[in-house]
Design a protein. Structure first.
Length: 206
């Protein structure tokens, strides 16, 4: 038996057109849901990152709070005392740098003094003033290291001068005067020798 459509033809066409009109709304709704889902996913992701950063910031603040407080700075009195100590230390270093090791000078001198020479006078003077570390006032004659003595010949005096010239702590060794005299028939040469003394800040000659 063959089916017969008893509905009016225009009713079927209306129903079909209604379905076609609903398709854009359905598609729009699906797109809106998809966009909403994407936005929600990004929001949750960013919210998680913000929470993690806040936790890290909180941990850093806790670590900073746990650090001990820095020590207080020096008081004015301590600063003044430190300045005075530095001044005294600088003065001490300057004095030590310019001091003369007299024991070494005399030991070196005794090693080069010939056996046929004897001294009648020996004068030593520091090349710097003890209080200020400055050179003393200049004079016409050398006064750092002076000696007077006697020997039997001018050759002995020359030998003494050559030996004194190799002493590291002496410089500008000069013969100031020499004279020949006779005592009980013995010829004696009286001499006067002067030299400069190197201070502690100068490099001794080798």
């Amino acid at each position: 038996m063959r089916a017969v459509n008893l509905l009016p033809r225009d009713h079927a066409q209306k129903k079909s057109s209604v379905k076609k009109e609903q398709i854009p709304f359905v598609v729009g709704g699906c797109v809106g849901l998809l966009v909403t889902a994407i936005l929600a996913s990004q929001y949750l992701s960013q919210s998680g990152k913000i929470a993690t950063e806040r936790q890290t910031l909180g941990d850093l603040k806790a670590q900073l709070a746990a650090l001990p407080a820095p020590p207080p700075g020096p008081t004015p009195g301590e600063t003044k005392l430190a300045g005075e100590q530095k001044t005294r230390l600088d003065a001490l270093n300057a004095a030590l740098a310019s001091r003369v090791a007299w024991d070494r000078v005399l030991r070196e001198f005794s090693l080069v003094l010939p056996g046929d020479v004897w001294l009648t006078q020996l004068s030593l003077k520091s090349p710097t003033s003890p209080g200020t570390g400055q050179p003393p006032e200049a004079s016409s004659a050398q006064t750092g290291f002076t000696m007077e003595g006697k020997t039997y010949s001018h050759d002995a005096v020359a030998r003494l001068l050559s030996r004194l010239s190799v002493v590291p702590d002496l410089t500008n060794v000069q013969l100031v005067s020499s004279a020949v005299s006779s005592t009980n028939g013995q010829t004696v040469v009286t001499f006067n020798i002067a030299a400069d003394i190197r201070d502690g800040g100068q490099k001794a000659a080798t």
